[in-house]
Design a protein around this ligand. Sequence first.
Ligand SMILES: NC(=O)c1ccc[n+]([C@@H]2O[C@H](COP(=O)([O-])OP(=O)(O)OC[C@H]3O[C@@H](n4cnc5c(N)ncnc54)[C@H](OP(=O)(O)O)[C@@H]3O)[C@@H](O)[C@H]2O)c1
Length: 252
Amino acid sequence: MSAALRRIVIFGATSRIATEAARLWLARGVALVVVARNPERLRMLTDDLGIRAGGLAEVDAVAADLADLETLPALWHSLTERFPDLDGVLIAHGSLPDQARCEAVPAAMLQEIRVNALSAMSLLTLIANDFEARHRGVIGVIGSIAGDRGRRGNYVYGAAKGMLALFLQGLRNRLHGSGVTVITLKPGFVITPMTQDSDRDGWLWTRPERVARGIVRAFDRRRDVVYLPWFWRPMLWAIRLIPEPVFKRLSL
Ligand SMILES: NC(=O)c1ccc[n+]([C@@H]2O[C@H](COP(=O)([O-])OP(=O)(O)OC[C@H]3O[C@@H](n4cnc5c(N)ncnc54)[C@H](OP(=O)(O)O)[C@@H]3O)[C@@H](O)[C@H]2O)c1
């Protein structure tokens, strides 16, 4: 295991997956800064984490709409001023688009690209430069297996997560040797509020606690790309191999 992190900021901390990761880090005494959009949910989260920490770890909260791209430089600047010992970042926020609406309304499609890709890429641009200058830090971003291949049913979400994955790949290459780790986290189907309208039966569905354990392990081991759970890696490898003339006929 690599050196322990001192303080981790979690963007989109009210996400079910991120909340579980926060609880695990807190149990180890890692200081946390939780950033989320909804002030009421943010207060409930900090109350929960505060009770669990029992005074053994610090939890600070910041409210921010992360789709408001113009505000992100000031947000990151204020975080680094207030918490100069930040050495870990988890970017977790996202939304599952209404694909039919995105097919009909360009503005709706662009808003989903903004939330699921441009927001994280804006934050990453700021974070990477700071961490690079300090020669240390771990950055983990929750993408999705949906970014590995465009599918008829969710290609707007897939395109956003795919763009994010490529951006992270390049950033990881750029920062190689700088002391900064960039981790792409690719969950499969997870039982969270995001998927509450899906039929969640079957062995492919995973609980957020399991995904969170995988995230914390990936940070510990300074991994590059992690599928959560692991079995999605060979499955996506096989899915990517299906020739396009065949794939476009499948109702996946
Ligand atoms: N669940 C799955 O099957 C699955 C699979 C693969 C990847 N993922 C990814 O996992 C991550 C976490 O999702 P989840 O499954 O834990 O779902 P979730 O509990 O619904 O969390 C989504 C979070 O994103 C936040 N968010 C959305 N737009 C935001 C904005 N503009 N500013 C700030 N926060 C915003 C939401 O905040 P509010 O509470 O304010 O709405 C919510 O906390 C996402 O990136 C998602 O794409 C999920």
